[in-house]
Write a protein that binds this ligand. Structure first.
Ligand code: ZN
Length: 250
């Protein structure tokens, strides 16, 4: 089965539409959380993604915007966007966020699982190999999709050796893809990257396609109408840093 794996859309409808236009054929969609927060189109994004698939894992922003946790746990910039998002969300969309499951979720057989942070803590950042070692050793599935860091790539344990899966894109512009073959004896933590607020210094929207039969992951980057997303943020009176960081990809 081919899965479109999305994470950290962060209420960026322009990036989401570009990703859905660019995504190759797939049978299902797995969503790793932070559908909302930061961006200016939370209702539009929920409306668009809720019908796309059945596998959703809650992110820390989904939890806070859905009034399941306090915005005061966030830095001031994020807290401001949580409070703005809460005012904007329709009651039905608040209910949808509140019903999202915390990870890990195993969507389709014992092969792969989905989480936002790590399997133990949905707020844990797996930013480098030293963070990933323990979660990967104890993971109950061979392939583990995670988000939260907004950095495309992840980590592999293959034949006793560790490998960083960050895609080595050559151009840094236009549409680019990078295919990773997964070994039957390997163990993987894979981040599809952030659709709506990448933080790996590449402003293009990120996603991945996972093929469980072929045992491949294809990382994708696609440009989108970034200026439009920025203008939405500024028009809503959200902090200018939230618009500026989209350009910088951080
Ligand atoms: Zn996020």
């Amino acid at each position: 089965m081919r899965c479109l794996v999305l994470s950290d859309i962060h209420a960026n409808i322009d990036a989401l539409e570009a990703v859905l236009d660019a995504a190759p054929a797939h049978e299902t969609v797995w969503n790793l959380g932070d559908v909302v927060g930061y961006g200016a189109a939370p209702n539009e994004v929920i409306e668009r993604v809720r019908v796309l698939g059945t596998t959703f894992v809650r992110g820390n922003h989904d939890r806070a915007c859905g009034e399941r946790s306090s915005p005061h746990l966030f830095n001031p910039l994020a807290a401001r966007s949580v409070l703005w998002t809460r005012r904007r969300l329709t009651p039905a969309h608040v209910g949808w966020l509140q019903a999202m499951a915390p990870g890990p979720v195993v969507p389709d057989g014992p092969q792969a699982s989905c989480m936002h942070g790590s399997d133990r803590d949905e707020d844990e950042y797996l930013s480098c190999l030293s963070h990933a070692r323990e979660p990967l050793r104890r993971a109950r599935t061979q392939i583990n999709f995670f988000g939260h860091t907004h950095v495309q790539g992840g980590f592999a344990l293959e034949g006793g050796g560790w490998r960083n899966l960050a895609p080595p894109y050559s151009k840094g512009e236009g549409v680019e893809t990078c295919k990773v073959r997964l070994r039957p004896d390997g163990r993987y933590l894979i981040n599809p990257g952030s659709v709506g607020q990448p933080r790996d210094h590449d402003p293009r929207a990120a996603f991945a396609i996972f093929d469980g039969e072929e045992m491949t992951v294809i990382f994708h980057r696609v440009p989108y109408d970034l200026r439009r997303a920025q203008l939405r943020i500024l028009h809503e009176g959200l902090p200018g840093q939230l618009a500026a960081r989209l350009n910088a990809g951080r």
